[in-house]
Design a binder for this molecule. Structure first.
Ligand code: XMP
Ligand code: MG
Length: 179
């Protein structure tokens, strides 16, 4: 019987490395926002595992919410973006931290950030687990970055291919024959 692990060409980040880095970012956020309340907004679905590991180390009054962004065409962002699930709370005057799985062209994060900026938060910062080194454009910069990655398609620790592999505890490169 074939197993999901057999579809991985090589592991890029182990579970231990990912958790350790998420913990570091959580502690950094705690320091940066000392004494403040933060509103953490995860971009579904890819950010869920990273977000939970970061949050366990954020020792602040924290509100949590999620958005879903959909683009026409699947996989990486190609066409027009749409918010298919909005947050329920008002973020006016709040310190917002957006959390994403991977920053590729930056279009997704820029779209969400611009949308939320109109709602007059006290501040908005961007936190991404992965940052593709070869970027198609420089439309947005992340304030917190887990790791830089080469321009390969990665799955695991929240990231998917055709909605699969999100549950892998590590991040790996998918075998060509699995795509
Ligand atoms: P942009 O270009 O808007 O793209 O920064 C970000 C979105 O594209 C998806 N993406 C990936 N998903 N492995 C994935 O599982 C990848 O290597 C990859 N590269 C881009 C991802 O959904 C992200 O939100
Ligand atoms: Mg995504």
């Amino acid at each position: 019987m074939k197993n999901i692990h057999d579809d991985i060409e090589r592991v890029l980040f182990t579970s231990e490395e990912l958790v350790k880095r998420a913990e570091e970012i959580g502690r950094q956020i705690t320091q940066d926002y000392k004494g403040e309340e933060v509103t953490v907004i995860g971009i579904l679905k890819g950010s869920f595992m990273f977000l939970s590991d970061v949050l366990k180390n954020v020792d602040l009054y924290t509100k949590l919410d999620f958005v879903t962004v959909q683009s026409y065409g699947n996989g990486t962002t190609s066409g027009e973006l749409r918010l298919t699930k909005d947050i329920s709370a008002d973020i006016k005057g709040k310190h917002v931290i957006l959390v994403e799985d991977i920053l590729d062209s930056g279009k997704t994060l820029k779209f969400v950030k611009d949308l939320f900026l109109e709602r007059e938060p006290a501040s908005i910062k961007v936190c991404t687990l992965l940052n593709k080194k070869v970027r198609k454009s420089e439309v947005i910069k992340a304030d917190y970055i887990g790791f830089d990655v080469d321009n390969v398609f990665v799955v695991g620790y929240g990231l998917d291919y055709a909605q699969l592999y999100r549950n892998l505890p590590y991040i790996g490169e998918l075998k060509v024959e699995a795509r």
